[in-house]
Design a protein around this ligand. Structure first.
Ligand SMILES: [Fe+2]
Ligand SMILES: [Fe+2]
Length: 292
């Protein structure tokens, strides 16, 4: 992507901003048969226990899990804004990269406000990240070089985009959630274009070792977000008697569903710069259940 194309993305962002305040019909309350998360993305669909749930328990499961997903996005984007702030200090302010990152950060901050508002609207009680997630989140954000952090960000954006597409296209999805994912899809589309082109330059120069490391950074980022959605406490909240047992089965179930439904775009991206090799392929299969 040359400077002209990046300037075009900056121009769209400046001239056609999507404001969550007006773009999302916040005044609408959920209707009786509205859902919050498509069944296929819930952690229990596909397991026997799912058939024992009442319609109300199923809706509640979707609501709690969606809140968890949104809260994880918000947290991840906030961490990424921390990195972008530091990174921008190293760039000349008149460079297109600097200007694009300013636009990206403005949009990410609006997303975080939108996510927080959506959680409130859903009467959500997001569960905090685990200690391990917090540690890796802060550590990698602070100490990994810029190219690795951009690799991580594009992998999270690609995976969450697929997730949002399932949600916004589902029948009966609560309109506030649909519009939230519509807005996110449009703006993240531009971020993905920009970051992918930036990474093309990095990966073109990368040898075997670096491509292996990039591949692992992406793998761990995906594992990182996948494990933030499924929470034992949610099964307690919807009144299941054996939350520990359900949690074990749900984690396994979700890993498989996530691999089948959410990894195609990111696998295509890693293929582009030959990120699958004898040191990475087995880990993708083993850790993420990826069909590669
Ligand atoms: Fe975002
Ligand atoms: Fe983004």
């Amino acid at each position: 992507m040359n400077a002209k194309e990046i300037e075009r993305l900056i121009k769209i962002s400046r001239e056609r901003p999507l404001m969550p305040e007006t773009y999302i019909p916040w005044q609408l309350e959920p209707e009786a048969n509205d859902i919050f998360l498509p069944e296929t993305l819930t952690s229990l669909e596909g397991l026997d226990v799912y058939h024992t749930l009442s319609p109300q328990q199923k809706t509640e499961l979707g609501r709690h899990e969606l809140v968890q997903v949104i809260a994880s996005y918000g947290w991840g984007e906030l961490l990424f804004c921390l990195f972008m702030t530091r990174h921008m200090l190293t760039l000349p302010p008149d460079s297109v990269e600097h200007q694009f990152l300013i636009r990206e950060m403005i949009e990410e901050l609006r997303h975080q406000e939108m996510f927080a508002q959506a959680i409130t609207k859903l009467d959500g009680k997001p569960l905090p990240q685990s200690k391990l997630h917090r540690f890796f989140g802060h550590f990698s954000n602070k100490y990994l070089p810029a190219d690795y952090l951009f690799m991580g960000s594009v992998s999270v954006e690609l995976v969450t985009d697929v997730y949002g597409n399932y949600a916004r296209k589902a029948d009966n999805i609560y309109p506030v959630i649909k519009k939230m994912f519509d807005l996110h899809n449009i703006e993240e589309g531009r971020h993905i274009l920009f970051t992918k082109s930036l990474l093309k330059e990095y990966s073109a120069k990368a040898g075997f070792v670096k491509r292996t490391l990039y591949s692992y950074v992406i793998l761990f980022n995906i594992l990182f977000i996948r494990t933030m959605y499924v929470k034992r406490e949610i099964y307690q909240r919807i009144g299941l008697e054996n939350p520990d047992e359900v949690y074990k089965a749900a984690s396994k179930n979700f890993k498989q569903k996530f691999a089948e439904r959410c990894l195609d775009d990111i696998i295509a991206f890693v293929h582009e710069w030959r990120g699958f090799n004898r040191l990475t392929r087995f880990a993708w299969r083993w850790v993420l259940g990826a069909k590669i």
